[in-house]
Design a protein around this ligand. Sequence first.
Ligand SMILES: CC(C)(COP(=O)(O)OP(=O)(O)OC[C@H]1O[C@@H](n2cnc3c(N)ncnc32)[C@H](O)[C@@H]1OP(=O)(O)O)[C@@H](O)C(=O)NCCC(=O)NCCS
Length: 156
Amino acid sequence: MSAPHVSAWWHESLDLESVNLKYGPRVDGIEPTRVFVIEHTKRPLGWIQWYLWSDYPEHAQQLGAEPASAGIDLAIGELAMTGLGLGPVAILEFLRQIVFAEPRVNAVITDPEENNLRSLHAFKKAGFTFANTVQLAGEHFQRRVVRTDRTGLDRT
Ligand SMILES: CC(C)(COP(=O)(O)OP(=O)(O)OC[C@H]1O[C@@H](n2cnc3c(N)ncnc32)[C@H](O)[C@@H]1OP(=O)(O)O)[C@@H](O)C(=O)NCCC(=O)NCCS
C-alpha cells in the first residue's frame, strides 16, 4: 500500500502500525469489510476487499448506493504487474467468485478518483458503467461513481 503508485490514491496513513490498526480487524473477520489477497500464478499480487454499502450508510448516501449493493476496492502492489490487464480480470473473478455469491448483493458500486484514469479504465473493462460524479465530505477532489449489476455480469 505504501508503494507510490498505490499510496497516491489512498488518503490515509500507510505506515505499518496504521495499516495494522485499520486492516487487521478486517483480516481477522471481526469487521464487515472482507479483505482478500489477489494471487497470480500462485504469487500474491495485491489485495481486494468488499463490503455491503448498508454497513457504511454515510458514504453510501453520498454515492447514491442502495442497501442491496456492495462496494469494492483493490490494489496491485507491484508497479511492474500493473498495466498488464490483470486488474480487470481480478475484479471480474472477485465479483463472480465472492461478491455476487452473496445473494443479497444486486449491484457493485465504487468510487475511483476522477484523476485515476487507469482505475476508471480497469473498471470499464470489467463491465462497469459510469454514473454520477461526487465530491465526498472532507475531500477536495471529485470521484466517479461506477457500477455493475448482477444481471450485467450474467451477460459477460
Ligand atoms: C487500478 C488497477 C487495479 C488497474 O489494474 P491494471 O491491471 O493495472 O489495469 P489494466 O492493465 O487493465 O489497465 C487499465 C487501462 O488503463 C490504461 N492506463 C494505464 N495507465 C494509464 C494512465 N496513466 N492514464 C490513462 N490510462 C491508463 C491502460 O492502457 C488500460 O487500458 P487498455 O487496456 O484499454 O489499454 C491497478 O493499476 C492498481 O492497482 N493501481 C494502483 C491502485 C489503484 O489505483 N487502485 C484503484 C483504486 S479505486
